[in-house]
Design a protein around this ligand. Sequence first.
Ligand code: 13P
Length: 252
Amino acid sequence: MQRIPLIAGNWKMHTSLAEARNLAAAVVSVCKGLTDREVMIAPPFTALATVAEVVRGSGVRLAAQNICWEEQGAFTGEIAPGMLRELGCDMAIIGHSERRHIFGESDALVNQRMAGAMRFGITPIFCFGETLAEREGGQTMAVLERQIRAGLADIAVVDPTRLVLAYEPVWAIGTGKTASDHQAQEAHEFVRNLLLEMYEKSIARQIRILYGGSVNSGNVDALLRQPDIDGALVGGAALKVDSFERIIHFRQ
Ligand code: 13P
C-alpha cells in the first residue's frame, strides 16, 4: 500500500472570518477532482466553524492547531476533542514548534495531547524539529529521537493513516530557509527507521511523515520527490491561494 501524500496548510494566527471563508472556498475549488493526494487546512479556532461549512463534502480536511486531552472541565483556554468533532474537524496539529518554543509546551505535555487526540479519534499531526543551535552542535538526530520517543510514548497505532508526523526544523520555519532535499530526506529516513523500531514494520511503513519549514511553490516538487517525504506542512505559502494551489499540485 502506498502512502497518500498530504498537503497541509497551517494558517497560524491569521485570517479574519471573511478571509478564512474566502480562502477555504478557494482551496476547495482548486482541489476539485484530486484523487491521488489529500489536502488539509488548519484555520484559527475562531474560524473553524465557518470553514467547516465551506469544506463540508469537498474532501478538504479540517484540522485544529492544538487540542486538549480532556473531554471537558476547568481548562481555561483549551479546546476539547469532542468540540472539534462536533464541527467535523477530525485532525489536530500537536507539538508545533511555536507551541513548544513560545508557549513552553514540553515533550510530556505534547504526549498528553497526543494521547487525548488518539483516544477521541482525532488524527494528530505530530510536529518535531531541531533548532539551529542543535543542528550546528551536531545534535539533530538525538533531538528528533528524544522528541519522538517522548511525544509518542505509550501511543499505540492500529491504523497508520490516523497518525501523521511532521518534521519542521525550527530554523526553517518562517525564515525562507528551507532544509535542502538532502537534509530533509536524511532526517525523514532517520525518523522512518525510528518508527520501524517503535512499531510493527507494516504499520511504520505506512505512517506519513510531512516536511514543514518555508515550503513554497518553487521547492515543493524536489522535496516531495524524496522517498521518505510524504507531504508538506505549509505556513506562509498556504495563506495565498496561488502558492497553495501550486503546492497542492506538486509534481513528483
Ligand atoms: P512556514 O511555511 O511559514 O515556514 O511555516 C511552516 C510551519 O510552521 C507550518 O506549520
